[in-house]
Design a protein around this ligand. Sequence first.
Ligand code: DX5
Ligand code: ZN
Length: 219
Amino acid sequence: MKAIISPSILSADLKNLGSQVRVAQEGGADEIHVDVMDGNFVPNITFGPEIVRACKDSCDLPIDVHLMIVEPEKHLKNFIDAGAGTVTIHYETCPHIHRSLQSIRELGAKAGLTFNPGTPVDGLNYLTDVVDQVLIMSVNPGFGGQKFIPSVLDKISLVKWILEESGSEAIIQVDGGISVETILEVYQAGARNFVAGTAVFRHPEGISAGIAALRAALG
Ligand code: DX5
Ligand code: ZN
């Protein structure tokens, strides 16, 4: 399948969010990634549902919402009502993760499950029936512009194997440090959805050039 490029607005020029998102669409982005941080699960604080709505209203792309918050169950409906097409929750934040993933689907969105770099993915074996997307974090979440952690490559291959064995068609997404230097090996390990903040919104020649460079690096 074609690689999905998911620009993260964490690195966008927020003074001009609507136009930045539209330029990303015109430049060939497949969806828009919104990083929601609560200053609790992660040190940083970012966006709420109204920013999801602003992105949704500014372009025609699906909105991919990454919840880096404690007790995400309390906020699923708000984010989905605001326009989230996919909602990804952290394995580390949910004691009843199977139920939380089911809730996302029942509310009408695709269910994403993510694992921090230091979290084993064994639990995925018991969740393949309720996930549409598995996000492997390739940095510790909280900030853009961090360095890719190479040990996640083996983890991506393991996740690919678990999904194939179970017959799941969930897609593997990777988030953190995706660049022209790293994207090909991540693709080769089995990922098909690439979140990129710095490489797209901070590309010196502009957003479209950033997306084009990532696609070119995939060959
Ligand atoms: C990190 C976020 C990422 C971040 C990626 O906590 O989940 O989505 O925006 O940024 P880059 O692509 O700059 O590593
Ligand atoms: Zn993210």
